[in-house]
Design a protein around this ligand. Structure first.
Ligand SMILES: [Zn+2]
Length: 233
């Protein structure tokens, strides 16, 4: 099993999980780059996983399903008009030879979910490297609960988030926590990657524990304060 980043729109990543013949596509915000990827690698679209209802995560679903037959589409209730199987917090299902766990990671949207396949976490806009998604529904308790779920995962879990926001997140983090050497060092690594137009993802839970002030916030209040500051950064 391989995992590839397909850059899309301004700064989105659509994730492709592949074997020799098939692909699972996570959050196809547009169809074109996915179709090119599938064609270049001679792969069939087997399945789509959706994390939440925003257009830049679902915009390509219709075009993709018109081009391939029998695509299974998993997603939360908020995208039930698109899904063939609606999933919710605590659900598990088999995909290829893997078990996929579904976890509610709300706050960015009401029903945002993340998918954990062994050590691979597809977390949409709930968690980014060095940050987290905007809490559009203003439910900071829900968002904080999501952070507790992420923070409880093993260090080795890899994070496949929906956007390339790492550098801005770390510039913000450095301003808040200027003495944090891990943030400083990771920011330098991230700058080098971006200079070469390389993705900064996947990250890992172990790295995020050192650099992600949102994931390690001690309380809902602290999390909300950080989020307010980041919204105005
Ligand atoms: Zn979103």
């Amino acid at each position: 099993m391989n995992i590839h980043a397909i850059p899309a729109l301004n700064d989105n990543y659509i994730w492709a999980i592949t074997d020799n013949e098939r692909a699972i596509i996570v959050d196809p915000g547009e169809a074109e780059p996915v179709l090119t990827f599938l064609q270049d690698n001679q792969l069939t679209l087997d399945c789509i996983l959706l994390t939440h209802h925003h257009d830049d995560h679902i915009g390509g679903v219709q075009d993709l399903t018109e081009k391939f037959d029998a695509v299974t589409i998993y997603g939360p209730t908020e995208v039930s008009e698109l899904t063939t199987i609606t999933v919710a917090d605590g659900d598990c299902f088999d995909l290829w030879d893997q078990v996929v766990e579904v976890h509610l990671t709300a706050g960015h949207t009401e029903g945002h979910i993340s998918y954990l396949m062994e050590e691979e976490l597809f977390c949409g806009d709930a968690l980014f490297s060095g940050g987290c998604g905007r809490v559009f529904i203003k439910d900071y308790d829900a968002a904080y609960q999501g952070m507790q779920y992420f923070n409880a995962l093993p260090d080795s879990v890899r994070i496949y988030a929906g956007h390339e926001y790492t550098l801005t997140n770390l510039r913000f983090a450095e301003e808040i926590d200027p003495d944090n050497q891990a943030i400083k060092q990771t920011k330098e690594e991230v700058e080098a990657l971006r200079d070469n137009k390389q993705p900064t993802l996947p990250s890992t839970i172990g790295v995020e524990r050192k650099i992600n002030l949102f994931m390690t916030a001690d309380s809902v209040e602290q999390f909300k304060e950080l989020r307010d500051q980041r919204d105005n950064f």
